[in-house]
Design a protein around this ligand. Structure first.
Ligand SMILES: *Cc1c(COP(=O)(O)O)cnc(C)c1O
Length: 308
């Protein structure tokens, strides 16, 4: 996705901190903050630096992500890789205080010296170990920690059933299960719950017109329309927006610009908010027919990032 020069992506690090403080207060167990995919577009290194005192460690998808964001150097807290291990030596993991997730005996053996964490399959059916192989993998990797990627409380319980008697540290819950006490186990791995409400994406009207007859590619009808310099090449889609604080619609999206609905007093230079300030990721996700994750990733990449 290209970033538009006309769009500002403001990341409120104070809000990320207050989200984390709320999570900590709620769960009462270790918090391993998920900063994969550049902290869902908010910037992994900066987010980590701003929140290190509130977390026990980091979760990334690959070793490279932890190295690139310099998580250990910046925060003196280690990371767990959630994705499948790539073929690199244990020294690479150890140097950066990163522990790989393993799901096969071969992986566990090869990465034994890196302190591998067992990833149990409780239904996700990817990058994870079937319950029947657990004993062999734990032995091969000397694993003292296990997790599963759970979306239901039953999956968290399954992890406990399979691994609970082995004296290992266990975790299962991402954001969706934080509210369910039985899913919290020894630690939680919140991702999107840290980032909700922390991003504001805005641009300005570059044209404000009275419409005459059918408009745009789709020949839509409107009384008035404005234009912004953000299009589908920047990740934008049709849906709600705010113009001067009034709720409106993005009427049609082009490659690098979009038509928005406006009122008579709206002028060139007036602000158009595409996310934040009363426009939540979930509301946009419903309008875009996708997930709040995709909305966040699309819009954090849509413009010039700044921290507030
Ligand atoms: C991405 C991820 C998480 C965090 O998910 P959220 O829904 O954003 O909280 C937790 N665990 C694993 C294994 C993941 O891949």
């Amino acid at each position: 996705m290209n970033a538009s020069r006309s769009v500002t992506v403001s990341v409120d690090l104070g809000r990320v901190r207050s989200n984390l403080q709320q999570i900590r207060g709620q769960v009462g167990v270790e918090v391993w903050a998920v900063v994969k995919a550049d902290a869902y577009g908010l910037g992994a290194g900066t987010v980590a630096e701003a929140t290190a005192d509130l977390v026990d460690g980091w979760c990334v998808f690959s070793l490279e992500e932890a190295v690139e964001a310099r998580l250990w150097e910046r925060t003196a807290k280690g990371s767990i890789v959630l994705g499948p291990p790539v073929r690199v030596g244990c020294e690479d993991y150890r140097e950066h205080r990163v522990r790989p997730a393993v799901s096969t005996v071969e992986q566990a053996e090869a990465l034994r010296a890196a302190g591998p964490v067992l990833c149990l399959d409780t239904g996700m059916q990817r990058f994870a170990c079937p319950p029947t192989d657990v004993a062999a993998v734990v032995r091969a990797g000397d694993c003292v920690e296990a997790f599963t990627h759970a979306v239901t409380v039953e999956q968290a319980k399954r992890l406990q059933d399979v691994c609970g008697h082995r004296g290992m540290k266990l975790h299962a819950a991402g954001s969706a299960l934080l509210h369910h006490a039985p899913a919290r186990l020894d630690a939680v791995r919140p991702g999107i719950a840290m980032y909700r409400g922390a991003v504001r994406v805005a641009t300005r009207l570059v044209e404000a017109r009275q419409s005459h007859g059918p408009v745009g590619y789709e020949r839509f009808n409107a009384r008035r329309h404005g234009l912004i310099l953000c299009g589908y090449s920047n990740g934008l889609r049709k849906g709600p927006c705010f113009v001067n604080g009034c709720k409106h619609e993005v009427l049609e999206v082009g490659m690098q610009s979009a038509y928005v609905e406006i009122d008579a007093p709206d002028r060139v230079g007036d602000e158009v908010v595409l996310l934040g300030q009363g426009l939540a990721e979930d509301e946009l996700a419903a309008a875009w027919r996708t997930t709040p994750y995709e909305v966040l990733l699309a819009l954090t990449g849509s413009g010039q990032r700044q921290y507030v």
